[in-house]
Write a protein that binds this ligand. Structure first.
Ligand code: 3SL
Length: 243
C-alpha cells in the first residue's frame, strides 16, 4: 500500500486515479457525516451548490429527508440543519437521507468521486478507517484534506497523519514501504507532536478559530475525539455515501 496526502482538493493530480480516495474534513463535514450515519441516517447525498440540493431533495418524502447546508460556518437559509455533528441523534436522523452541502468538505468529495473506492475519515473514525484499509488493501491511497477555500488546514493534516501512523503501527511497515509522498511523512510528525493535545491543536487552527468565533466550542470538543466511532462512510454511487 502507498499512501499519498494532498492537503487540498486543488493539489489532487489531474491525471490518474488511486484505488482508494479518502476525503478528510475534521472541522466539520466528514466528522458530521460519520455522526449522522452512526445515528442511523440512511445515506448522505452531497452537493456542491445549495440550489441543486434544494431541488433534488424536494423529490424525497418530507419525513425521510434532512437538508444540511453550511456556508462560512453558519447554517444556510432554507435548510433544516447546518453542519454540526452534534445535530445528529437516532431520533432526528434515524432512517433519513441527509442532503448536504458545505463550503469545502462536500467539494472535496466531488473532486475524488471518480475513484473506484471513496471513503471519508475524521479523527472520530480514525481506527475504523485504518481497519478498512487493512481489510481492503488498496494499492494506492489518496488522503485528501478539504482545507479552507484552497488553503492548507492543520486539522485535516493531523487526521491524515493519524491514519498513516495507524497503518504503520498495525503493519509494522515503515515510510519506505508506505509513504507515497513527502506530505504523508510530514503529517505523521504533526500527529506524533499533537496526539495528546488534539483539542488544543483544533483551537489553534485557523478554522477552529473561525468556529470558536461562531460559538462552536462544543463542536471542536466533539471533532477532536480520536477513535470514538466504528463507522466508515463509503460512496455507494457518485455523491452518495452510506455504511
Ligand atoms: O468547509 C466545510 O466543508 C465545513 O466543514 C466548514 S464548517 O466547519 O461547517 O464551518
Amino acid at each position: 500500500m502507498k499512501l499519498f496526502l494532498f492537503h487540498t482538493p486543488e493539489e489532487v493530480p489531474n491525471q490518474g486515479l488511486p484505488d482508494c480516495a479518502i476525503a478528510i474534513d475534521v472541522l466539520r463535514a466528514t466528522t458530521t457525516m460519520a455522526a449522522a450515519l452512526a445515528a442511523g441516517a440512511e445515506a448522505i447525498q452531497v452537493f456542491s451548490d445549495i440550489d441543486t440540493l434544494l431541488t433534488v431533495s424536494e423529490t424525497w418524502p418530507l419525513d425521510k429527508r434532512l437538508r444540511a447546508g453550511e456556508r462560512g460556518g453558519g447554517k444556510v437559509e432554507g435548510c433544516d440543519l447546518g453542519n454540526s455533528p452534534l445535530d445528529h441523534s437516532a431520533e432526528r436522523s434515524g432512517g433519513k437521507r441527509l442532503f448536504m452541502s458545505t463550503t469545502n468538505g462536500t467539494r472535496c468529495l466531488k473532486r475524488i468521486e471518480q475513484a473506484p473506492l471513496v471513503i471519508t475519515a475524521a479523527l472520530t473514525t480514525r481506527q475504523a478507517v485504518v481497519e478498512f484499509l487493512l481489510e481492503h488493501r488498496p494499492e494506492t491511497v489518496w488522503l485528501v484534506g478539504s482545507g479552507w477555500e484552497g488553503t492548507y488546514s492543520l486539522e485535516d493534516t493531523v487526521c491524515a497523519g493519524a491514519v498513516i501512523h495507524g497503518v504503520m503501527t498495525a503493519t509494522g511497515q515503515s515510510f519506505k514501504d508506505l509513504a507515497g509522498n513527502d506530505a504523508a511523512i510530514a503529517s505523521v510528525s504533526l500527529y506524533l507532536q499533537w496526539q495528546d493535545q488534539l483539542l488544543d491543536l483544533l483551537h489553534y487552527a485557523s478554522h477552529g478559530q473561525r468556529l470558536l468565533g461562531l460559538d462552536n466550542e462544543a463542536d471542536l470538543k466533539y471533532c477532536a475525539q480520536l477513535d470514538v466511532l466504528t463507522v466508515v462512510p463509503r460512496q455507494q454511487e457518485a455523491g452518495v455515501l452510506a455504511l
